[in-house]
Design a protein around this ligand. Sequence first.
Ligand SMILES: Cc1cc2nc3c(=O)[nH]c(=O)nc-3n(C[C@H](O)[C@H](O)[C@H](O)COP(=O)(O)OP(=O)(O)OC[C@H]3O[C@@H](n4cnc5c(N)ncnc54)[C@H](O)[C@@H]3O)c2cc1C
Ligand SMILES: NC(=O)c1ccc[n+]([C@@H]2O[C@H](COP(=O)([O-])OP(=O)(O)OC[C@H]3O[C@@H](n4cnc5c(N)ncnc54)[C@H](O)[C@@H]3O)[C@@H](O)[C@H]2O)c1
Length: 468
Amino acid sequence: MKFDYDLFVIGGGSGGARASRISAGEYGARVAVAEESRMGGTCVIRGCVPKKLMIYGSQMPGEAHVARGYGWREAEVGAFNWPFFRDKLARELNRLEAAYTNGMVNAGVDTYKQRARIVDPHTVELADGSRFTARYILIAVGGRPSWPGIKGQELGLVSDDLFTLDHLPGKVLMVGGGYIACEFATIFNGLGCKTVLAYRGDRILRGFDEEMRLHISQQFIDTGVDLRLNTTPVELEKDGEEIRVTFADGTQENFDDVVFATGRRPYTNDLGLENTGVAIGNRGEIIVDEWSQTSVPSIYAVGDVVDLVNLTPVAIRAGHNFADTVFGGIPKPCDFSLVPSAVYIRPHELATIGMTEEQAVERGPVDIYMGGFRPMRSMFAGEDTRSVMKLIVDVETDVVLGCHIFGPEAGEMLQMVAVAMGMGATKADFDRAIALHPTVAEELVTMRKPMRRAGEVPPATERHSAVS
Ligand SMILES: Cc1cc2nc3c(=O)[nH]c(=O)nc-3n(C[C@H](O)[C@H](O)[C@H](O)COP(=O)(O)OP(=O)(O)OC[C@H]3O[C@@H](n4cnc5c(N)ncnc54)[C@H](O)[C@@H]3O)c2cc1C
Ligand SMILES: NC(=O)c1ccc[n+]([C@@H]2O[C@H](COP(=O)([O-])OP(=O)(O)OC[C@H]3O[C@@H](n4cnc5c(N)ncnc54)[C@H](O)[C@@H]3O)[C@@H](O)[C@H]2O)c1
């Protein structure tokens, strides 16, 4: 059968852009991409990139504080000019969007700036009614914020809305306890907004190492974020210019803005999947094997839509492996068992890879190496914030199973740890490395004795009485 294209990609975000560029540019496949919004997708337009720039913007008052501690006694940041920042951010995102589009066009990819639906396992229909056939279809449609389903929720915002606000809220309620809630609590707090972080459970960042969760909670408290645990909003109402929030315990409080950071869901609705027989899970995620292939042989899926590890480098790797496998004749299955990630909060961020202590203990005995210290840079400035590093080491094999770093620019350090751990590094390998002095990172190779063998962790209340 003759097809219009070898590959039709739905979604021009991290996964779709990489797959199409490599398939066409490196392997000469005839490729088209449909994108209903802006090329670059979530990461570039309304995720990682603008978020990280906002994090940098929000840390400037802290930098001025450090500068004063180093003798720049008059250092002040003054008032934050949100319209200046927002408009500059918009120009930067336009630049990146153009770079993404050009990258695809230069690779020979046909781009359609329209929504696409699947008609059958080899046919895609665009919003204007045009239809194209393809040997393969790659679904890379990403995810969308999910709303909590409470009364009046339409008065609230989601992360997509936060990069184009008319003005910053004087007082904001962040709802949720995951990556987005924590990162935007840091941002709003740093930019001078009174920030309340409401989480329904008793400790934020579920799934992360328990000890690290405590340090992050403590940092929020220390930096002035009003952290409210076991707190759930149940209704939003308009009250003049403000939003009145009713919480599950019956209390009410007014905010200028309420932001729901209550998770994201695969964006598979109205995609025409029912025309194909592609198997989906109960969250709407597309089920794929290690080759990113769905239950229909001509249809593949990568990125957040498969809801495995919802991070940009994972979507990119899956997209690249797809192109190598299907068009390059280089079979590359996806293995996402060791993925680093970071929660970009300030002043210290959390970067993590591998097992948490809790996961490791399930598997067998482990030694816990931990270092806690005040980094030279901030300590001299008169700050008290402590860095914490934690290595989880298999007692039997000496292999490092997990690494968790809470410190300044921790993500920058962890990337290199990911290389070592990917090679199966043991604690002895870490020890053999000569320290690079004076750095924060040297602590990683100078932790000589285990702090404990797992299972002997003191109760949380003894470690951090300030956190409930
Ligand atoms: C606020 C925020 C911050 C984040 N920060 C980080 C971070 O710091 N580090 C990190 O690794 N990850 C981060 N992420 C996650 C990261 O953005 C995603 O994992 C990544 O973008 C997923 O890529 P993707 O290709 O699967 O989907 P996306 O990038 O979402 O791309 C999907 C594209 O498909 C388009 N589309 C959808 N349906 C159709 C259709 N039917 N027809 C045509 N086009 C369609 C969409 O418009 C979109 O452009 C963040 C996410 C958010 C929301
Ligand atoms: N730095 C990064 O790498 C980064 C940053 C942002 C987002 N991301 C990716 O995007 C994904 C989505 O981020 P997220 O923070 O929205 O999701 P998340 O899954 O990390 O956190 C969602 C939070 O909302 C809470 N929640 C869910 N439903 C709720 C409800 N009805 N009421 C109250 N609380 C509720 C959950 O308990 C959880 O704390 C992340 O899982 C991650 O994969 C990554």
